[in-house]
Design a protein around this ligand. Structure first.
Ligand SMILES: [Zn+2]
Ligand SMILES: [Zn+2]
Length: 526
């Protein structure tokens, strides 16, 4: 009896946890005021939440609880069309998001815009502002929770995506709008794949068995299981508490058979390469390309997938430039397989004497290493005083780096096959790749003949020096708590920026127009 009551309470909590309809569900953009009203099936239904963030009618929910996703999408009650969206997908942003009145609303807006920009930039899909002519479209509204109403393309009218600040407005939730768009495109959660038991162990004590169920309807499209998908739930979704030693402990609902960090699973920061593959496989097969029969991932016969059939590209008129474009499109394994082939050469490099080696160094300004003498000048007269003092020249050349900046990576990172060190290694590669892709700078591996270079080492902090060294390595220290994990992907890039000479943004001369420094801060920010 108690169990039945508990289940009923659970269902009530599920049903009332979102205000339905959300506050501004019906407000329209000014542009659309003159569009004729479209009657939609959803408008007439009482909606309830299933599977964490999908809103369906009570009738549909009953079928879902009876026979799962499989039963639901194959039932008469399932209203979305089986048709795919075309490549142009109209969307509309409700006034609660498009005209933000709070900082939080502004962040939801930024997350929507950035999600759309990433989808437009990395796939063949083109999300464009809805016009009156569009009969089926996606609509983002501000609500009290993050969810999508039904899945896939609606027969007509809006496929509504609700976003709230807590789940869709923070920096860590930057791609929640993209997650919901994936639902609107028809994709479901990664951990419900039919093959997921090979990758995830579900704890039977979890608090929402429906969300933990396998969805036989999930099409894997021959794409490998993806812990980094924005469609994967974290281990804390549906987690539960147990008491032992008189203490309550939170227990994850899922144990991941994954060599990376469990806390990285469930990320909402960026669409993973496999998320992009899922979209391309369904919506843009002509953008699927692969290299076949080469020794590594930069060699081989180029094949293009046209409407799901693989064929070879003729070599006529296909030059190195085209090849580079293709290699950028085919997601490059990080690090590339042959990255470390040149290492042997470096073993015999003569030691370079460096000024840093002889000094006692201290940290200033959070993550910048200087000598004790320099620190004294900094505390006396700030950055300004320091970089203009004679003493500054002790560790730093005033010359700039050339466009080619060689680098080396600590063997401890290089040889790591799991855990934090491997995560830091990936973050170094992601950072260097991002800098290289978006600027004219190149970061090749260091050779003996290189007089100056960056050296990523394992340290007790994430820190470096400002600017170019006189000779040898500009050391960049990296530590797990500040450089491992998906939310620290760009820490190596942050430190590289310091090594290039850039200081922190909040120290700009004009920052007082944008930032108010709290006088009670704990590190003498002035
Ligand atoms: Zn979801
Ligand atoms: Zn810094």
């Amino acid at each position: 009896m108690r169990l039945i009551i508990a289940i009923i309470i659970c269902m009530i909590v599920n049903v009332i946890s979102v205000e339905i309809p959300p506050a501004d569900y019906f407000d329209e953009n000014i542009e659309n005021e003159s569009c004729p009203e479209v009657e939609r099936a959803e408008d007439e239904k009482d909606l309830v939440l299933i599977d964490g963030d999908i809103l369906v009618s009570k009738e549909q929910a009953a079928i879902y609880y009876e026979s799962g996703w499989d039963g639901l999408v194959n039932s008469e009650a399932w209203s979305p069309t089986k048709a795919r969206w075309s490549k142009r997908i109209p969307y509309q942003v409700g006034a609660g998001i498009s005209a933000p009145v709070t900082v939080g609303d502004g962040r939801i807006k930024a997350n929507v815009e950035n999600s759309i920009a990433e989808l437009n930039g990395r796939t063949c899909l083109s999300f464009e502002a809805k016009t009156c002519k569009d009969t089926a479209f996606i609509k983002f509204v501000k609500g009290d929770a993050c969810y999508t109403i039904e899945l896939g393309k609606p027969n007509h009218g809006a496929r509504t995506i609700s976003l709230a600040y807590s789940c869709g407005g923070t920096a860590k939730r930057a791609r929640t709008p993209a997650h919901e768009v994936m639902h609107a495109l028809g994709r479901v959660h990664e951990q419900t794949r039919p093959d997921r038991d090979k990758y995830v162990t579900i704890d039977a004590r979890n608090t929402c068995s429906d969300q933990m169920a396998i969805n036989k309807n999930f099409k894997t499209l021959n794409i490998d299981y993806d812990f980094m998908s924005i469609m994967h739930y974290s281990q804390w979704q549906c987690s539960f508490k147990v008491t032992f030693d008189n203490q309550e402990h939170k227990v994850p609902s899922m144990i991941f058979k994954y060599e990376g960090r469990a806390d990285d699973v469930g990320q909402r920061l960026i669409l993973s390469d496999k998320d992009i593959q899922h979209i391309k496989a369904v919506h843009c097969p002509s953008m699927m390309m692969r290299l076949v029969g080469g020794r590594d991932n930069s060699e081989g016969r180029l094949e293009v997938n046209n409407e799901e059939v693989w064929g070879t590209v003729c070599s006529d008129g296909f030059d190195r430039n085209d090849a580079n474009v293709v290699l950028n499109v085919i997601s490059v394994e990080i690090p590339p397989a042959d990255y470390f082939d040149e290492d042997i050469e470096n073993e015999s490099c003569p030691e370079v004497e460096r000024a840093e080696d002889e000094e006692d160094l201290v940290l200033i300004d959070g993550d910048i290493l200087v000598t004790k003498e320099q620190a004294a000048i900094y505390y006396e007269s700030g950055w300004d005083g320091l970089v203009n003092s004679q003493n500054w020249m002790k560790l730093n050349s005033l010359n700039e780096w050339s466009k080619t900046i060689p680098h080396e990576i600590d063997q401890q990172f290089v040889s790591a096959t799991g855990g934090d060190d491997k995560s830091i290694k990936s973050n170094i590669f992601l950072s260097l790749k991002a800098l290289q892709d978006k600027t004219c700078l190149k970061f090749p591996q260091k050779r003996c003949s290189d007089p100056y270079y960056l050296s990523f080492v394992k340290g007790d902090s994430c820190s470096t020096y400002l600017g170019k060294p006189f000779a040898g390595a500009r050391v960049i220290n990296l530590k797990a708590n500040c450089a491992a994990g998906t939310d620290r992907k760009m820490t190596p890039a942050h430190e590289v920026m310091h090594a290039l000479g850039r200081a922190h943004e909040h120290q700009r001369a004009d920052r007082n127009r944008y930032v108010t420094i709290a006088y009670w801060n704990t590190c003498k920010l002035t």
